[in-house]
Design a protein around this ligand. Structure first.
Ligand SMILES: *[C@@H]1O[C@H](CO)[C@@H](O)[C@H](O)[C@H]1NC(C)=O
Length: 148
C-alpha cells in the first residue's frame, strides 16, 4: 500500500467511526415504562427546550423521560412552579402561526368522577402557554390539526 492510499484508508476509517457515533441507538436504554393514571394530579414542572412544560404527575413525567432517553435526548429536570412560570418559559402571548393542535386534558370532579376533554389551540406555543398559565396538564402528545 502506498502512503497516499493508507492515508485515505485512515481518513475513511475515521469518517465511518464518526458516523457510527452520530447514529447511536439508544432505543433500549430505558425499559422502565409504568402504567400511569392520567387523572391523579400532582403536577411536575420542567423547562424543556426553553418552554415551561406541565406534567400531570411524576409517573407520567418519568415515562416521558424514559422515552427521551431512548431517543438519545437528555432527561428533563423538574423545577419549581415559580421558576417555570417566568418569562420566557411561560410566555404571556404567542405569535400567530404554527399548525393548530388538539390536546387532551384529564379532569376529576369533586364527586370523584373522572373524564377528559379535547381542547383546540392555534399553535403548540398557545397550548403550552394555556397549560402553564392555568396549571393544567395535557396528557399524551398533542395531535397536529383541529379537534374532531
Ligand atoms: C359528578 O359531578 C359532575 C359535575 O358536577 C356531574 O356531571 C356528574 O353527573 C356527577 N356524577 C355523579 C355520579 O354524581
Amino acid at each position: 500500500m502506498n502512503v497516499k492510499l493508507s492515508i485515505l484508508f485512515v481518513l475513511l476509517c475515521g469518517f465511518f467511526h464518526l458516523n457510527e457515533a452520530q447514529t447511536t441507538d439508544c432505543s433500549n436504554t430505558c425499559m422502565l415504562r409504568a402504567r400511569c393514571s392520567p387523572y391523579y394530579k400532582d403536577l411536575v414542572w420542567a423547562i424543556v427546550d426553553r418552554v415551561c412544560r406541565v406534567f400531570q404527575n411524576g409517573c407520567i413525567f418519568g415515562n416521558e423521560n424514559c422515552m427521551r432517553v431512548n431517543q438519545c435526548l437528555p432527561p428533563m429536570v423538574a423545577t419549581s412552579k415559580e421558576e417555570c412560570m417566568q418569562e420566557p418559559y411561560c410566555p404571556r402571548w404567542c405569535s400567530r402561526g404554527g399548525p393548530p393542535v388538539c390536546a387532551w386534558f384529564p379532569y376529576t370532579h369533586s364527586n370523584g368522577t373522572t373524564g377528559g376533554r379535547d381542547m383546540a389551540f392555534g399553535s403548540r406555543c398557545g397550548l403550552d402557554m394555556y397549560a402553564c398559565r392555568n396549571a393544567q396538564a395535557y396528557v399524551n402528545e398533542p395531535r397536529i390539526g383541529r379537534c374532531d
